[in-house]
Each structure stands twice: as structure tokens, then as C-alpha cells.
Design a protein around this ligand. Structure first.
Ligand SMILES: CSC[C@H]1O[C@H](OP(=O)(O)O)[C@H](O)[C@@H]1O
Length: 346
């Protein structure tokens, strides 16, 4: 598996590989302020639920770098304001809020420390979130392998790979681990309009890593399933509701309906920080709507009437009835999801 070094925390600077320009251009941009991290998330210079959470951790560290000595109450007022600000960058991936809440709680636990020590301990917390994500993803891959076997072909949608996380990916973790074991898993990657995470990111990272990947347009998922080419579907998720409904990249629900029709298992790779038990069902998940130009233009080139009406939801919700299993680092969750998610997290 290629190590893309797509993020790096070094000497108090957060370096980000600009995913907007991949695969043609490899550009690393240093982020030294919370505002720069906010826009890196909002503009999708970095993206992917787990990676957004990790970036938010570093953003919260950058947001306190210039603070002088002050009371704990004053310190916490600034930390909470920073968290509220970062929380407005994107609405759907619950990992963002999970990471912010964790950093705020950590800060509040440091009331007996001076500001310089607070900065060091919060930096350690952000680095811990980063390191934990690597372990989480590896365990997700390990928990997937008993569900798969050598020679299988997987269809995936969007990018839930290394470039959406810190390492291994979530949906791609079993694919990378299988390769380490000498298995030969093949992958069909949906291009995933309009941001093209599948074409630009998934096919790029898998192809670069020597995985047998075939890129298809989103509207080809049905025909490859009808031709018996697909043994399983694996996607990531941005938020799992308490009843097992899953928000993920727009088009995932359509893929799940096709998989159901063709009798193909639909697996969701979900780190537990992506599970939101405070969200009763998919109806309660906020769905981000993005700029109209993502649809009317193709990398600056107009492909639709300038003033045509546009609807651009960046995510959809797959009803839990269409999901075979949700695979987490703590284990595999099967229906009834409400009860079994509670047991998993107990
Ligand atoms: C590891 S899950 C990543 C998840 O995030 C993606 O959304 P975006 O690229 O808009 O951040 C997509 O839904 C992936 O499944």
C-alpha cells in the first residue's frame, strides 16, 4: 500500500496534500491557523469523514498557539468558540464533531495546568486521534477478511481509502490487508460524480498500490452487477444513525438498491467514531448541499447552462434494510442494528 503522506503534523505545522488537484498535481499546503484548517475541510482540500476528524483535532491545536497565560475559564471560552467555528465547516461527517468534542473535553480536563502545558497536552491529544485512526482502520480490515475470500471482486463508491483517513482507509482496508496476505481481490470503483472521489482518488490510490482496479461511471454499477462481476459492495460512511441507516456519498443508496436487487451483500466500513447513537435515524442526519458549479462545470469548463436549476446534495442515506453488515474496528454488526449497535458500543 502506498503511503501518500497526505497529511503530516510537523513542528506545529499541519501539512495537507491538496486532494482537489489529485491525481494530476501533487501539492502540499502548510496550515498554521485554525482558519486555514476550516477552509481545507470546507473546500475539500482534504475530505473523508475520519480524515476530517483528524484535521479538526490539529485545527483545535492551531487555534490556541498564540494564546498567552490566562484563566482556565478564559481559555475554555476561546477553545469552545474555536470548536463552534470548525463545526460549521461541513455538516454531515459526525467525525468532525466527535473530534471537536474530544478536544474540548480534553482542554476542560486541564484546568490545573498553565497555558504552555495545555498547548502541549492538547497537541498530544490531536496526535493520539491521528494514531488511533490508523489502528481503527487496520482492525476494520481485519474484521472484514472473514467475510471475503481470495479472488472476490468488490465494488466501491466514492473514496473511503487512505486519502479519506490516515492509513489503510476503511472500505479499502480489507483490500490492502488482503494483498498483504497474497490474496487477489479485484475492485470496481465508481467515478462518483460530481467531485470524482472514485476516479481521482480511489482508482489513483488502488492503482498506485498495485491493486487490480477498474474505473466505471456511476451509471455502470447496475450493468456490472447484472453481468455477475461483483461479489460484494463495500463503502465507507460519514454517519451511522442509531437504527443502522447510513449517510454516505451521494449515489450510495442507489448502489445499495442495485445490490439488493442482484442479491449482492452491501457492507459498510464504519469506524466507531462515525456511529452517532444520538441520531435516531437517517432522517435526522444533516445532508450537505454543495455549490452548483460542482455540477455545471467540470474543472472550470462549463458543461451545463450557466443559470440552469441545480440540486447538489453531497450525501444520501441508505436505509438499514439494504445493509448486510456494518463492519467496525470493534466487530461486525448485523441486523437488528439498533440493538446490536448498542451492544457493540456498550
Ligand atoms: C472513510 S469514509 C469517507 C467518506 O467521506 C466521503 O465524503 P467526502 O469525500 O465528501 O468527504 C465519502 O462519503 C466517503 O465514503
Amino acid at each position: 500500500m502506498e503511503d501518500f503522506k497526505h497529511i503530516e503534523w510537523k513542528d506545529g505545522v499541519f501539512y495537507v496534500l491538496n486532494q482537489i488537484k489529485l491525481p494530476a498535481v501533487t501539492e502540499y499546503n502548510p496550515k498554521t491557523t485554525i482558519e486555514e484548517v476550516f477552509y481545507a475541510i470546507k473546500d475539500m482540500e482534504l475530505r473523508g469523514a475520519p480524515l476530517i476528524g483528524v484535521a479538526a483535532g490539529y485545527g483545535m491545536v492551531l487555534g490556541i498557539q498564540n494564546l498567552e497565560e490566562m484563566s482556565h475559564e478564559e481559555f475554555m471560552e476561546i477553545v469552545r468558540k474555536n470548536g463552534e467555528y470548525l463545526a460549521t465547516s461541513r455538516p454531515t461527517a459526525v467525525n468532525l464533531f466527535w473530534a471537536i468534542d474530544r478536544m474540548v473535553a480534553k482542554a476542560d480536563s486541564l484546568k490545573d495546568f498553565q497555558v504552555p502545558e495545555k498547548k502541549k497536552l492538547l497537541e498530544q491529544e490531536a496526535i493520539a486521534i491521528h494514531a488511533e485512526d490508523i489502528e481503527i482502520n487496520r482492525h476494520i480490515g481485519e474484521n472484514f477478511l472473514p467475510l471475503l475470500k481470495d479472488g472476490m471482486t468488490i465494488l466501491t463508491h466514492c473514496n473511503a481509502g487512505v486519502l479519506a483517513t490516515t492509513k489503510y482507509g476503511t472500505a479499502t482496508s480489507p483490500i490492502y490487508l488482503a494483498k498483504e496476505r497474497g490474496w487477489n481481490l479485484k475492485v470496481y470503483a465508481d467515478e462518483t460524480r460530481p467531485y470524482l472521489q472514485g476516479a481521482r482518488l480511489t482508482s489513483y490510490e488502488l492503482h498506485t498500490s498495485g491493486i487490480d482496479v477498474t474505473l466505471i461511471c456511476d451509471n455502470m454499477a447496475g450493468v456490472v452487477m447484472s453481468q455477475g462481476k461483483i461479489d460484494a459492495v463495500i463503502t465507507g460512511t460519514d454517519r451511522v444513525a442509531a437504527n443502522g441507516d447510513v449517510a454516505n456519498k451521494i449515489g450510495t443508496m442507489s448502489v445499495a438498491i442495485l445490490a439488493k436487487y442482484f442479491g449482492i451483500p452491501m457492507y459498510i466500513a464504519a469506524p466507531t467514531p462515525t456511529i452517532d447513537m444520538n441520531c435516531p435515524s437517517g432522517k435526522d442526519i444533516p445532508i450537505e448541499e454543495r455549490d452548483r458549479r460542482e455540477i455545471t462545470h467540470w474543472y472550470g469548463r462549463q458543461i451545463a447552462p450557466e443559470d440552469v436549476k441545480v440540486y447538489n446534495p453531497a450525501f444520501d442515506v441508505t436505509p438499514h434494510e439494504l445493509i448486510t453488515a456494518i463492519v467496525t474496528e470493534k466487530g461486525v454488526v448485523t441486523p437488528p442494528f439498533t440493538d446490536n449497535l448498542k451492544k457493540l458500543l456498550a
